[in-house]
Design a protein around this ligand. Structure first.
Ligand SMILES: Cc1cc2nc3c(=O)[nH]c(=O)nc-3n(C[C@H](O)[C@H](O)[C@H](O)COP(=O)(O)O)c2cc1C
Length: 392
């Protein structure tokens, strides 16, 4: 049974949350409702209790004896947190780490997927502060169901109306899709490699590894057996994945070829160095020796080598970080390397790509069709990438 926490804040559309709770129950979900105190002034918690058959949480400071719901326990229990309707106030608190009531404190304790459906006056919705708060939350992976245009309580026809309860319920349930990668094996590469000049100096790049780690996490959640082959990052490996740490491009190639034999899908999201010094000094090179010329040679091409070993049912998705002629370069690459997909990201943009939490991906397939996955959090892009590749 899917376990849903429904957060309800004090928008004029609060009554629609009753329909949302009812529809989740119709789909056999177990629903626990948290209401803000203001929402409880507009609609009685008793109605939600009756519809869901569960106690409703409003006050964090109810006496321990009578307290029926506890925010940390609820955070551990749920599969997903849905906040609908979400006021400008709760969105602002979530974006800024404020935990001054049951719902905002619960959000900070929650590690599950979070869906937010805002509802407010159009002018409030377009307010820069509200939009900045929404962007912040999106960057952290919160999924927004945008409000629609409609007749608002203030009598204005404007955007800001809560999306239809049925759409909110269906979007939420589609995010908890069945384990569509059950029985599949996925290999993901991530992070930067290091090519040593001497024992303490190396050539590398600023790849954070975030995109690859999030793809590995998403694939694991969707039921795949995942091997994450990682160069240098400062990230903790996601739970449940087999973690293989490598340092150089040559080590990464060896591990990729070894694990690729048994896998169904290979995502190459790492940024292995394209060049390595022709020789590596055994001892630290001293500054006193004066100016230094380092000769570089290309490293081995992991993507092409894996593609040459590809069996019929295997899928390879390589990443291309481009700074110019993006699409043309990515299309050339897909042919030259013989892979099934290229996920192209433009790393010349300051606000996305390397090190950032957001990215912008255009996915190109071997028939040279391109799909713009948009600018989004790397977490959402990992989900969209898997959705696209699995539905091919
Ligand atoms: C009748 C009524 C309707 C309201 N509708 C909205 C709304 O749709 N969206 C919104 O952001 N605020 C709305 N507000 C204002 C919020 O209730 C107010 O900002 C409140 O402090 C939010 O508290 P909460 O987020 O803890 O529920 C409304 C207030 C009232 C009295």
């Amino acid at each position: 049974m899917i376990k849903i926490t429904l957060g309800v804040s004090s928008s004029i559309s609060v009554y629609k949350a009753l329909d949302i709770a009812r529809r989740f129950k119709e789909r056999d979900c177990d629903v626990r409702v948290i209401m803000t105190k203001n929402a409880a002034k507009l609609v009685s918690p008793l109605l939600f209790e009756t519809l869901t058959g569960n106690p409703v949480a409003v006050d964090m400071y109810e006496s321990r004896q009578s307290q029926k719901v506890e925010h940390i326990e609820l955070a551990k229990w749920e599969d997903i947190l849905v906040i609908a309707p979400a006021t400008a106030n709760i969105i602002g608190k979530m974006a800024n780490g404020i935990a001054d009531d049951f719902l905002s404190t619960h959000y900070l304790a929650s590690t599950s997927k979070v869906v937010v459906a805002p509802a407010m006056n159009g002018r409030m919705y377009r307010n820069r502060i509200v939009q900045e708060n929404i962007e912040k939350l999106k960057e952290r992976g919160v999924i927004f169901i945008n409000p629609k245009k409609g007749m608002l309580a203030c009598g204005e026809e404007d955007e800001g109306a809560l999306e239809e309860p049925l759409k909110i319920v269906e979007t939420t349930l589609s995010l908890l899709k069945e384990k569509d990668l059950a029985g599949k094996s996925v290999v993901v590469t991530a992070g930067a490699t290091r090519e040593y000049i001497d024992p303490v100096r190396f050539i590398s790049n600023p790849s954070s590894g975030k995109m690859g780690y999030l793809i590995a996490e998403e694939a694991e959640k969707r039921g795949a057996k995942v091997v994450l082959i990682s160069g240098q990052t400062y990230l903790n490996p996601p739970k449940g994945v087999e973690f293989v740490k490598v340092e150089t491009t040559s080590e990464m190639k060896k591990e990729v070829l070894n694990h690729f034999k048994k896998c169904d899908i290979l995502f190459m999201a790492a940024a292995p160095s394209d060049f390595q010094p022709t020789s590596r000094a055994k001892e630290k090179i001293k500054r006193e020796r004066g100016s230094l010329k380092i000769e570089l040679k290309p490293t081995e091409d992991i993507v092409s080598t894996a593609a040459k070993n590809k069996k019929k049912n295997q899928i390879i998705c390589a990443f291309a970080a481009e700074t110019e002629n993006h699409i043309q370069n990515a299309k050339k690459k897909i042919k030259a390397k013989g892979v099934d997909y290229i996920a192209m990201n433009d790393v010349s943009k300051k606000d996305s790509g390397f090190e950032s939490d957001i990215n912008e991906i255009i996915l190109i397939d071997s028939k040279l069709n391109s799909y713009n996955l948009g600018k989004d959090s790397k977490q959402n892009l990992a989900r969209k990438l898997l959705d696209k590749i699995l539905k091919k």
